[in-house]
Ligand binder design. Structure first.
Ligand code: 48F
Length: 259
């Protein structure tokens, strides 16, 4: 006979194992959009301990809705190898542009990341970072509903060797770091530059170029990288996001191999 209390017990036991094994990890990623999921996938495949925090119920970020809710995305040729790694089908649309079903693509990125070993925590909002010895050393977490309802509940903290801000357009974690700690970023001005308007060609290139360690142990990827460095937006073409996730993976792998 199915026992109601056993159902609860197994969920609670399993979740708390997952949560306590996340207290001290190699890489913590904030935001389960395409760049965060791709970075997590490759890092976990290499054997690193990776957790990813997503404030919303459903991971996937801005990829589900395609362009203006037409649930198709465009991916340029040079990023197709990443779609292939995740088993995502794409259709040649001509002139070097491919299309993919955004629901298939998003669900496959999530599934791939989880299967590779990324611990995804949805419904958890990252509200701050741990700053010690002029380096980012961890993240401060709270339940999304606590933040949403403005409840006065203190957060909990985890530590990680490397942190990725993959929060998309708002670059929320970098913003918080700059506002609260007044630090200088590795941008040309040392400041948070702010995203520029639409220019897909430039935006796509800049997303990958701007993906970098913007403060000690602290990396930006995807649209957050463009927000921090003052890059252009690009709309529903996603090759840059995928390649940015791949780039931040290579940067972190290289940095960790030297430690
Ligand atoms: O925005 P998002 O998809 O980030 P991305 O990987 O991709 C950008 C594209 O989707 C699109 C675009 C491409 O042409 O312009 O916008 O850069 O995903 C960011 C995720 O971060 C979550 C948010 O809910 C979203 O799913 N997020 C934002 N702030 C927090 C957060 C936070 N403080 N804590 C946890 N998750």
């Amino acid at each position: 006979m199915i026992n109601d209390i056993k159902i609860s017990k197994h969920i609670i036991d399993r979740y708390f194992n997952k949560l306590s094994s996340t207290l001290d990890i190699d890489i913590a990623i904030v935001g389960a959009g395409p760049s965060g999921l791709v970075a997590g996938y490759y890092l976990a495949k290499d054997g690193y301990k990776v957790s990813l925090f997503e404030t919303k119920l459903a991971p996937g970020g801005g990829m589900w809705g395609g362009g203006m809710m037409f649930n198709e995305i465009v991916v340029q040729k040079k990023a197709i190898h990443i779609l292939e790694d995740f088993g995502i089908g794409s259709r040649d649309m001509k002139e070097g542009y491919f299309t993919a079903d955004s629901v298939e693509a998003t669900s496959a990125l999530i599934n791939g990341a989880v299967k590779a070993g990324v611990n995804i925590f949805n419904l958890i909002k990252v509200v701050d970072v741990v700053l010690k010895d002029n380096a980012v050393k961890g993240l401060v977490l709270n339940w999304t509903p606590v933040e949403y309802m403005g409840l006065h509940v203190d957060p909990l903290t985890i530590q990680a060797k490397k942190i990725i801000d993959a929060t998309g357009h708002p670059a929320e974690i970098t913003n918080t770091l700059v506002k609260k700690a007044g630090i200088n970023l590795n941008t040309p001005s040392g400041k948070f530059e702010g995203e520029k308007p639409m220019n897909a060609a430039k935006g796509e290139e800049e997303t990958v170029k701007n993906t970098s360690e913007v403060f000690t142990n602290f990396y930006v990827s995807g649209m957050a990288a463009n927000g921090v460095y003052g890059g252009f937006r690009m709309g529903p073409i996603f090759g840059g996001m995928l390649l940015s996730g791949y780039k931040v993976y290579t940067l972190i792998k290289e940095a960790l191999s030297k430690e």
